[in-house]
Design a protein around this ligand. Structure first.
Ligand SMILES: Cc1cc2nc3c(=O)[nH]c(=O)nc-3n(C[C@H](O)[C@H](O)[C@H](O)COP(=O)(O)O)c2cc1C
Ligand code: SF4
Length: 644
């Protein structure tokens, strides 16, 4: 059993005693009501995370004034009538065994009038690069009022029973806008030099302290670096951290970035190494004596333990990991690390949904934010169910069915399970997807699902099992466009290249630079191939999450790949040259050793149509209905498996 002694050591911060070092990072969910009230959905979601064993739950960034709202259904703490709902939330978190803090927030210029109904405010009248909207420069009277608003919010937090507050001074929101020369161009006492820029945040800490009293824990979140030209460097943040300690904060929580930071580092995608922010936490820890909280892809308990052992931080915050698996701390405490369902840092249903102003969820765990709807109930009438297709949808359907007490057989035509997930594990930096797939497969086996590999399911084979119900998750087949020369043997499918079923030479043309095409190009570039990718539309990597797309494009650029948009394939010649139509005229590219097709998928629903005629209860799910994102395929699989 792994030793995780440090993770499960108690710690005291101000008047708050925590049973362990694991903190749930604040995450806006968009589960609150339009006027910022706590909802049953928010309570269910946070109860599940508290019950999962974290010592402290930091409730999401909550706006202290209505012009500071950053998201349409964000939680508010700006009015006294919100306190009873917040109290109920705290009581539930406590009842589930964790302490509760709440993050106090004002978006400043990182919001829009579409969300707040009013022009955003900021230290300086400079538009945020992400929103493009011109903010109003804050007057001295505005500055004082907002400081009072933070203090009022802290008073409400205390009245609601929260054990601590965390002031949000990170990620480019209002307080961070004051800290940073990137956004603060003032020449008065709230700008002009680091002490002037720090003043707004320091005064907020003092005003909050006046309201909450001497022992009440005030945490403060900062971005160690902003990673934008002219933004905060770690050396500047170290100065601010020391000043914050002097002003009376009890803990510092070290994150990174603002909205303009390229590659979505705040919620680092899978391209970024686990624990990449630990060096920043350590540099802050070197200059303060209050506890430091580290964050950023630290959900692996062994890594978290190592960070504590190195002395780089005192507590570990986990964000997305707890969306996928709220039970990480309990499983770690039991030493059952293999039971953890690992987040794949795909960002697809959490931060990407939030940025679209949708309620967050998790690609792998559709029950996140839908705890009641997706609660697992044993079936009253266990059945024999056949699932055809061992991709992520089929695997999850089989897992849920087996959990619910059904007898399940899973039939997969290939000799390995995984479907689209198996191909997705191949491009560089995809170890996380492999780990998640490994978890799904081991769960299916643990639950006694009978797995038939290398078996092409026909109606006869399915009927041999005498199923009461069948779920068809046969996915989609790649499309071969009707273009001259694409029937030649040098033309292969991206999926086969990724799975090692088709080898390619040194000069490769990838046709279709959407999600699959771009990742295949990345895979080939990593093997030192000379890659050209053509795309009919304007945009490369459609369907890839924004942060991940940025890093894939960086790798392709660094690897010398040629990317051509608005380019249509017209013919592939025997000599390896390719005719394309581009910017109103024909062009010849190449020669190439191979053409790799990533030109889309067509649903594969033949078996479903055949089975409908002979089996009364048949369901078609996932890409076999229509090629879509894995989030939708898994959600549909889980929903279907719950209703059988
Ligand atoms: C959906 C979502 C919402 C977030 N909202 C907040 C927030 O309210 N306040 C904050 O400081 N950070 C927020 N973050 C950042 C997380 O607190 C955390 O720093 C980040 O996800 C990195 O940690 P992780 O790798 O463990 O997910 C959010 C992240 C996600 C995914
Ligand atoms: S959507 Fe992806 S990144 Fe977000 S929590 Fe789920 S697995 Fe992790």
């Amino acid at each position: 059993m792994p030793r995780l002694d440090r993770l499960f050591q108690p710690i005291t911060i101000g008047a708050m005693h925590l049973p362990n070092r694991l903190v749930m990072a604040p995450m806006v969910t968009n589960y609150a009501s339009e006027d910022g009230q706590v909802t049953p959905r928010l309570i269910d979601y946070l109860s599940a995370r508290a019950a999962g064993g974290v010592g402290l739950v930091v409730v999401e960034a909550s706006y202290v004034r209505s012009d500071g709202r950053g998201f349409v259904n964000q939680l508010g703490i700006h009015r006294d009538d919100l306190v009873p709902g917040l109290h109920q939330l705290v009581d539930t978190i406590h009842a589930n065994g964790a302490k509760a803090a709440i993050q106090l927030f004002h978006a400043g210029r990182q919001t829009t009038s579409a969300i707040t109904g009013i022009q955003p405010i900021a230290p300086s009248p400079t538009p945020d690069p992400a929103t493009g909207q011109l903010p109003r420069e804050m007057t001295l009277a505005d500055i004082e009022q907002i400081q009072l608003d933070f203090a009022d919010a802290a008073r409400r937090a205390r009245a609601a029973g929260f054990d601590a507050v965390e002031i949000h001074g990170a990620h480019g929101y209002l307080i961070a806008q004051f800290f940073s020369p990137f956004s603060n161009h003032r020449t008065d006492e709230y700008g002009a030099g680091i002490h002037g820029r720090a003043r707004f945040g320091l005064e907020i800490v003092r005003r909050v302290r006046d309201v909450v009293g001497p022992d009440y824990p005030i945490h403060f979140r900062i971005s160690g670096e902003e990673c934008v030209p002219g933004g905060l460097s770690i050396d500047q943040t170290r100065i601010i951290a020391s000043l914050l300690e002097e002003a009376g904060v009890n803990a510092l929580h070290v994150s990174v970035g603002n909205y303009a930071t390229p590659g979505r580092l705040i919620t680092a995608p899978m391209d970024i190494d686990r624990g990449f922010l630990v060096p920043l936490a350590r540099k802050i820890k070197d200059v303060v004596s209050v506890p430091v909280i580290a964050v950023g892809r630290l959900e692996n308990p062994l890594l978290a333990e190592q960070v504590l052992a190195m002395g780089a931080a005192d507590l570990i915050a986990i964000g997305r990991g707890l969306l996928t698996d709220p039970e990480i701390p309990n499983k770690a405490r039991r030493g059952d690390l293999d039971a953890i369902f690992p987040c794949i840092a795909c960002n697809q249903a959490c931060i990407a949904y939030l940025m679209e102003q949708r309620p967050i969820s998790c690609l792998l765990n559709p029950g996140c934010g839908n705890e009641r709807e997706f609660a697992l109930m044993k079936s009253a009438r266990p059945k024999r169910v056949v699932v055809v297709g061992g991709g992520p949808g089929g695997l999850e359907a089989a897992r849920i069915l087996a959990e619910r007490g059904h007898t399940v057989q899973l039939i997969e035509e290939h000799t390995r399970l995984g479907g689209e997930f198996a191909t997705a594990t191949v491009p560089p930096k995809k170890e996380e997807i492999a780990a998640a797939l490994g978890w799904m497969i081991s769960e299916v086996r643990r639950l006694g699902v009978q797995v038939l590999l290398g078996t092409v399911a026909t109606p006869e084979i399915v009927q041999q099992s005498h199923p009461d119900a069948v779920i068809v998750a046969t996915g989609a087949r790649p499309v071969r466009p009707p273009v001259t020369g694409l029937d030649r043997p040098e033309v292969v499918f991206a999926r086969d290249v990724l799975l090692g079923r088709s080898a390619v030479g040194g000069r490769v043309l990838v046709v279709g630079a959407g999600a699959v095409g771009l990742e295949t190009a990345e895979f080939l570039v990593a093997q030192q191939k000379k890659v050209t990718a053509i795309e009919m539309t304007e945009t490369f990597g459609t369907g890839l999450e924004e942060g991940h797309r940025y890093w894939v494009m960086e790798t392709l650029r660094a690897g010398g790949a040629v990317l051509l948009n608005r380019t249509t394939l017209e013919a592939f010649e025997a000599n390896g040259t390719v005719h394309v139509y581009r910017e109103g005229r024909g062009e010849i590219l190449g020669p190439f050793d191979n053409v790799v097709l990533a030109a889309g998928y067509r649903p594969n629903d033949t078996l479903y149509q055949q089975l409908r005629a002979c089996i009364p209860e048949v369901y078609l799910i996932g890409d076999a209905v229509k090629p879509r994102s894995a989030t939708e395929a898994i959600r549909e699989a889980v929903r279907t498996a719950r209703k059988i």
